[in-house]
Structures are given as structure tokens and as C-alpha cells.
Design a protein around this ligand. Sequence first.
Ligand code: SAM
Length: 261
Amino acid sequence: MRFDIVTLFPELFGPHLAHGITRRAYDSGQVQVRLWPLRDFAADAYRRVDDRPFGGGPGMVMLAEPLEAAIAAVRADRPDGAGRIPVVHFTPAGRRLDQALVAEFAAGAGALLLCGRYEGIDQRVVDRHVTHEISLGDYVISGGELAALVLLDAVARLQPGVLAAPSHEDDSFSGGLLEGPAYSRPERLDTPDGPVAVPAVLLSGHHAHIARWRREQSLALTARRRPDLIAAARAAGRLSAQDEAFLAQLAPGGRDGGPRL
Ligand code: SAM
């Protein structure tokens, strides 16, 4: 798959592409990334890519003409570019990015990603080209590059062979629930408040008991923090009779004693 990214700040992508587990996906070519610096498509000698909004108001708007030229160049360069490739515009007004949408992109041929800056991009470009508007959440950040990196990372880690084991199958949201806690060495952590042990079942070597304990931790955490996910899992028939029995005996509205949400 191939992601073409139109951005004013291509240098923001390099460190991400070169580090961490997802690097395998980029190095192997499973996820190809091409960066298209928007300033290269500016029409004037000043390489101008933004201007004041018609009708007044604060801030600047990303100009339509450089964006149109960049999109045309991407389409000409992609083997499938003349077709209806996904064109993503990152905006707080978009659909909230979730694992289901990530899975759609992970199974696709890639996309053209438009990274906004300033007050955003000229709406005529959105109307003419954009197929998906995606938001990271209900807050405003300074540019679409971070959103593009989030999508890239989430897609790259789902590619076959990127993770040493297919651990993403246990990740939060993949099975519809939140993933429970994880522990590693030492078995006994000495702290000024006294020793803190690891749950004994994890040291038992009994794989079935460990799997059940992990499932119950996942159910309990999800029930406390995201009851909407429990309802969705129930509606999708993803909860077993054993799961339901476990959920039924949880204290209603129980506190989890964890970090403040
Ligand atoms: N004035 C815009 C608004 O209120 O919707 C926000 C513009 S923001 C300063 C600049 C760019 O950052 C946006 O064009 C968009 O590409 C990106 N951006 C900001 N918040 C985002 C979010 N929650 N999700 C995705 N992209 C976001």
C-alpha cells in the first residue's frame, strides 16, 4: 500500500519512519510513504501557500491552487491515481479515528493524506477531492501531520510480520474490549511503601488460567471505563456465557482505583 502525504512540514515524518517496530513496514515496502512538500506547488515566486480568509476573520487559509497542483501530481504518480483513491482530510470536524477505520485502511491500497495547517484548507479542495474526513478527537492541534502519523502508525502495525507475534489481536479495541494490565520482572517490586507483588496466576504457568484471568481483567476494565464497548460486544455476540457470568458478579459502578480518567 502507498500513502502520499501533502504537507507543509515533510521533515516531521522522518523520525517516525526511521524508528520503532513500524519501521519494518516502511523498510520492507509494505507501507510506502511519499512526501509531497506543498511549497513545491506554490504558484508564485514567494512560494506562498496561504492567504487571508475571504469575509475576514483571524488566521490564514491554505490556498486551493497549490493543493490542486499537489493532488494532480500525486494522481499522476500513482498507478491507481486516476481512480477514486481515498483522499483524507484531517480535521476536527471529521469522523473520530477508531480501530475499525484503521482496519479499513490497513486492508486497502493506501491513500492521499492532506495535512491542514493554519485555519484549515480552502473548502473547494475538500468538496472536489476528499473522500474521508478524519478527526483525532474533540480538541484542536496545530496541524494534520500528527493525525497523519497516528493513522500511518496504526495501519503499519497491523501489516503482517510487523509485530513479532500477532499481539495486535489482543490490543484494545481489536476484539472490541480494552486490554487488561501487563506485568514484568521483578516478581516483587520493593518500594518505599512496601513490596508490590505480581498477580500470582501470572506466575502459575497454567495457560488456561492465565488466559481466563486476562479475559476477566479485560472485561472488568472495559465494564468500568467503557460500558459502551461491553454493550457493543454483547450486541455483536462476542461475549460468552462465562463472560456474562463474570460481568454479572462485578460490583455495579465499582471504582477501579487506577489513574484518574
Ligand atoms: N480552525 C480549525 C477548526 O477550528 O476546526 C482548526 C485548524 S487547526 C489549527 C489546523 C489543522 O490541524 C487543521 O486543518 C487539521 O488538519 C489539523 N487538526 C487540528 N485538530 C485536529 C483534530 N482534532 N483531528 C485531526 N486534525 C486536526
